[in-house]
Design a protein around this ligand. Structure first.
Ligand SMILES: [Zn+2]
Length: 618
């Protein structure tokens, strides 16, 4: 850290170095395509042959669980191989088909194991554990099997329900995407010529002419609003479908069903979102600080939504190339411990062929994600890589998923327990992004650069925590309103949006066309009721961030234990182990607010050190 070279200088030194396209060596998982295909055929046969046992003896049960575990590990190896294939070529339909088959095989292994455990039951299992203690580690499998029982339908009914609801969900999502793509946003006349409000949105948002920015922003809102009855019918359709499916599976409503699958309850989500809402004045103070800074820098009275993308701190982040990424990210993750850092360096080292990146998209998937399977180190796929700070934060995040999986595997976590609730995985990855921005913020003396990185970090924290709390209330409000017959069309969606977002933020009162913001909430259309996950992830990540920077030695012990244990219990138990005492998401709120407050105060101080507006600025 002492040898840190300022970014601007480093950018000059390495400006000539471009990232070379890199490919993951798929022999991480299989020797060849032929070997993968042959083993896949055997695997599918082996899974089909896995029986459901009727009250086996303890020894037979343990053998059975080990066998199911080995099948699950093989499923995960094939899934990694095939995911890489489909990501490198989205037109590889054979690989996509094979990937679905392998996914179904994984579901079959879980389902048959659950049925076997149910034949034994809680009492029987307790006796088996007394006779054979090695069985104890599988208790969470039984708990999950028993927990799901009241909501399971007979196979034939479940199959009809799944087929119809999957098809309808996909159709709604397709219509949403097509409507968005068909939107004609119009053009704005600028000093660089006529620009398209859709395609050139970024350019227009930072155009120095304020009139251009305002016109572009308003045309965009108008274009979305022109189709708002279409979007409203899609969303109402999604709500009715999910409500119906939830009730057929004996849930009270769709939120309860969606949260059940992710191991939290509607009462938790509501209490957590309310606890965050009670601190909305802090978010508003942050937004006001940003607004006043923008207004000051631009020499205007009141900032509006169309002014917010203007660069104001006098700092443009330099290109963040491949070499810098490989050096800075592991250093930034030092609070996680030397072993973690060594793992991350190895992931990014080109010699190890575990990172897949390209500078041209071609037929590559437009996404970034990790790939991992038992018995092999983690790998990282980056669809199209650009040398920016933002992209480097994505590497810190997705690489975090890869190393998490790898560490669980190295510590012997069962393939049954290497996947937990998504919010827990996400918290672990989001922590890396927070540490990355903290490092950049700490390792520069330029107040403008400091302000830039601190804003990026605060945006991340407030977005995950406040925006997700707002979205959780908003989406539940839409479900409740539609089911009660109170929300029928776009005007009702708009009214609900303003009602909820005004409780959290300053912008909907300044720019009331933000009432249409529900149209842009893609996840409400693509993955209904998923947004609440980020609330939990953000709360835990921010807490971990604060612990890691204040007492890294203590944090590293807890973190290493977390990496080693996997998801072999309910989330409240996992959190209790990590913290050494019971801890619920609402418990985390107060501590996290202190971190955000401290960061907002630091930003206000930095803004005071920045120069005033240039006299020629309009
Ligand atoms: Zn993630």
């Amino acid at each position: 850290m002492k040898t840190f070279i300022p970014f601007v200088l480093l950018a000059v030194l390495v400006a000539a170095v471009h990232a070379e396209d890199r490919r993951i060596d798929p022999r991480l998982w299989f020797a060849s395509s032929a070997a993968e295909a042959t083993d896949r055929t055997t695997l599918l046969t082996d899974v089909a042959a896995l029986p459901v046992l009727d009250t086996p003896a303890p020894g037979a049960l343990l053998d059975y669980l080990h066998k199911a575990e080995r099948l699950q590990a093989r499923v995960q190896r094939h899934a990694a191989w095939l995911h890489l294939r489909t990501a490198q070529d989205i037109d590889d339909h054979a690989a996509a088909e094979a990937r679905r088959a392998v996914g179904d095989a994984g579901d079959t292994v879980v389902e048959r194991t659950r049925q076997t455990l149910r034949t034994i039951g809680e009492d029987g299992f307790a006796k088996d554990v007394a006779a054979l203690p090695a069985l104890a580690r599988y208790h969470w499998l039984l708990e999950r099997a028993v927990r799901a029982l009241p909501h399971e339908l007979p196979d034939a009914q479940q199959s009809i329900l799944d087929t119809l609801s999957d098809q309808d969900s996909q159709t709604f999502w397709n219509i949403y995407q097509k409507t968005r793509r068909a939107t004609a946003y119009g053009h704005v006349h600028t000093s660089q010529g006529d620009l398209d409000v859709g395609k050139d949105a970024d350019k227009l948002a930072s155009d120095p002419d304020r009139g251009v920015r305002e016109q572009a922003w308003k045309l965009r809102q108008d274009a979305l609003a022109a189709q708002e009855e279409t979007y409203a019918s899609i969303l109402v359709g999604i709500v009715r479908l999910n409500d119906r499916v939830a009730k057929l599976q004996h849930f009270n409503d769709a939120p309860e069903a969606a949260y059940f699958a992710r191991l939290f309850t509607r009462a938790d989500v509501d209490a957590t979102a309310k606890a965050v809402e009670a601190h909305a004045p802090l978010l508003q103070a942050y937004q006001r600080l940003r607004a006043e800074h923008v207004a000051h820098a631009l020499g205007i009275e009141q900032a509006h939504s169309w002014d917010l993308a203007m660069p104001t701190s006098g700092f443009e982040p330099p290109a963040f190339d491949d070499m810098q990424m490989r050096r800075v990210i592991p250093e930034a993750l030092a609070p996680l411990g030397r072993d973690y850092v060594a793992h991350f360096r190895a992931l990014l080292d080109p010699a190890n062929k575990r990172t897949d990146l390209a500078t041209v998209q071609g037929t590559r998937e437009d996404d970034a994600f990790s790939l991992a399977a038992p018995g092999s180190p983690g790998a990282l796929f980056l669809g199209v890589w650009k040398p920016t700070v933002k992209e480097a934060s994505v590497v810190a995040h997705e690489g975090g998923h890869a190393i998490h999986s790898q560490l669980m595997d190295e510590r012997g976590v069962s393939p049954f327990f290497n996947h937990g609730p998504s919010w827990m995985h996400e918290a672990i990855a989001i922590l890396n992004e927070m540490l990355f921005y903290e490092y950049l913020y700490r390792h520069t003396d330029d107040p403008a650069a400091k302000a830039y990185y601190l804003q990026a970090q605060l945006d991340e924290m407030t977005f995950e925590i406040f925006t997700s709390a707002e979205e959780a209330q908003w989406e539940e409000g839409i479900y409740d309103g539609v089911v009660a017959g109170k929300i029928r069309g776009a005007a009702d969606m708009d009214a609900l949006t303003l009602d909820i977002t005004r409780r959290f933020e300053i912008w909907p009162s300044i720019d009331p066309s933000l009432a249409h913001a529900w149209i842009g909430k893609r996840l409400m259309f693509e993955d209904p009721l998923y947004l609440a996950n980020y609330l939990y992830a953000g709360l835990w990540a921010t807490r971990m961030f604060d612990m890691a920077r204040k007492d890294p030695a203590d944090f590293q012990k807890r973190y290493a234990a977390l990496m080693a244990e996997g998801f072999d219990a309910a989330p409240d138990q996992l959190l209790a182990r990590f913290f050494g005492k019971p801890m619920t998401p609402p418990d985390l709120v107060d501590a996290d607010m202190a971190v955000i407050q401290e960061k907002v105060d630091a930003l206000a101080q930095l803004y005071r050190r920045l120069p005033g507006p240039p006299s020629s600025q309009r």
